[in-house]
Each structure stands twice: as C-alpha cells, then as structure tokens.
Design a protein around this ligand. Structure first.
Ligand SMILES: [Zn+2]
Length: 296
C-alpha cells in the first residue's frame, strides 16, 4: 500500500516536469528558429518538427515531383552545425558513390561494395574530390555528363562551405555541408539553404537524366535503396519497424534510419498527408510531431 502511494506521488511529481520540458523545447524551436520558416516559404514547401531523439526541424519542398528535404545536425564532439539536403529520386541509378571535397577518408562503417576510385586523380574536373563508388563504370559515365560536371564545379565555393560530402545513392541524393559560421541552426538553414536547394535541384536533374539515358526505369525487387546491393541472400539486413522497408544495415546506419521520404523512421521523413495538406494549420494532435505549412 505504501509503495503504491509512493509511486503515485512520484508520478505526480515527474509528469508535470516531463511535459513542461517538452513544451519548453517546442517553444524554443518555435520562437528562435524563424530561419526554417523563412526558407520553407522561399521554397514553397513547409516545415515539420521531427521527434526522433532530439527535436529537429525538417524543411521539405518538391522539385519535379521529387521529395526534397533540408535539416541541420551536429556531429558527436563537434560544436559546429552541418546542413544535410536530400532528394528522394523517382528513378534509381543502380549504384552508389561518395564524393568529398576536400578529400576525406572512407567512413566506418561504409556501404557494401563501396571502394575508393583512383580514376579521377588526374582529372581536372574531379581531382579535388576523394571518390568512392560501388560501380566505377556507371560513375564514370555519370561524372562525364555535362550537367553533372557543371553542377559539381566549384560546389564548395557555391555552398560557401569548407567541407562538402555528396552521396549519389541508388534512390537518393544526399549533400552534407559544414556551416563555417557560428550561427544558430535556424539562421544557418536560412542563410545556406537557398544555395543548397539549388545544388539539390541541379544534381537530381542530372541523376534523372543519367537514369533516363541508361534506360533505368524502376527498382529491381530486392535491391537496397541506398547501396544498390542485392538483398537476396544478404546476411546483414535491417527492416524498418514502421514501413517494413528492407535495407543493408550499413546503409541504415549511414543514412541514420529508413531511407524513404514519408516514413517516421527516416531522419527527415514527412508524412504524405502533411505534404498533401494545402491549408496552413498547426497540428498538435499528431503522436510525435507537429508542423507548420507555409505555402499559404
Ligand atoms: Zn521506414
């Protein structure tokens, strides 16, 4: 009896603290991070707060019916902000590659079959990038396209970043860039988001052209969305607990979760119904998130 009374007392004490903490974090994001809403409006998209771990604001927009996202993050032990932009492609490219400027060592863990390529060491267009790929032949063809060369030329300068990492993935494009200035997350998104969104558009257009030229129209059954490896007989599989998409485990770790645009287990997933909603509203009833739609 005494233990039940004690438990009730503790619950009464802890719950208000818990909810006030959540409310204060919501207010903190609402009041100080206007930059997210400014960029959302400029891109005719919206902003969505994710509650996967720490709260994070995701700016979403569309380009040629492709789902695009921008969010900020910090690396462990680093006080600086990074921005990550993604485009979920409508046609696969059937390989994966990582391009970094300046040169970076391979990530650990890395994607299955991703190997450093030395084919571009003496190439004036690409020698400033470290390059890894799962398919040298496809990557050579892709980087030889004029649109791709033009989109990647001086990319660090255009993004005004000293560190840029580009992932060309089976069904997506990811650009991660360091924000060199000491800015709040919202201010960084507002200031650097427009150039990042421009590069997301240019590069995803070039990748769409690549798929078209190689007559790749759909994803073969059982192929990883990220690494393009066949998941048949693959031992290290991960299955999304929410949408049940299967991926290689290393792909899930590198992409910090599921790699589908509307899944709540994706780092920047935004539910489809939120994107389809056209009127401005604040939805506080959703289980784990609320959002502002800024298109009106
Ligand atoms: Zn999922």
């Amino acid at each position: 009896m005494v233990s039940i009374v004690l438990m009730c007392f503790l619950i009464c004490l802890v719950l208000p603290l818990f909810f006030s903490l959540i409310e204060s974090r919501k207010k903190q994001l609402d009041l100080t991070d206007d930059g997210y809403w400014t960029l959302s409006r400029a891109l005719l998209g919206g902003s969505h707060i994710k509650w996967l771990g720490d709260p994070n604001v995701v700016v979403w927009f569309e380009h040629e019916k492709r789902q695009c996202r921008i969010h900020s993050f910090k690396k462990a032990g680093d006080v600086r902000y990074y921005l990550e932009g993604r485009v979920y492609l409508d046609r696969p490219i059937r390989f994966a590659a990582r391009l970094c400027q300046p040169h970076q060592a391979p990530t650990v863990p890395t994607l299955s079959n991703l190997e450093p390529s030395n084919d571009f060491v003496k190439n004036d267009d690409y020698k400033m990038f470290s390059i890894e790929t799962t398919d040298t032949k496809k990557l050579n063809y892709c980087l030889d396209m004029l649109d791709m060369k033009s989109a990647l030329k001086d990319i660090n300068k255009t993004l005004n970043s000293s560190q840029v990492e580009i992932w060309l993935l089976n069904t997506g494009l990811v650009i991660r860039m360091l924000v060199n200035e000491d800015l709040s997350a919202g201010d960084a998104v507002e200031k650097y988001g427009p150039q990042l969104s421009m590069k997301l558009r240019e590069l995803s257009d070039a990748l769409a052209d690549f798929s078209y030229k190689l007559k790749i129209f759909s994803l073969p059954e059982g192929e990883c969305l990220v690494s393009a490896v066949s998941l048949r007989d693959f031992s290290d599989l991960w299955e999304c607990p929410s949408c049940h998409q299967k991926m290689s485990r290393s792909a899930m770790e590198l992409m910090k979760g599921c790699f589908t645009p509307h899944c709540d287990q994706s780092i920047d997933g935004v539910p489809l119904e939120i994107i389809q909603e056209s009127s401005a509203f604040v939805d506080l009833n959703h289980d784990d998130s609320f959002h502002f739609d800024t298109r009106n």
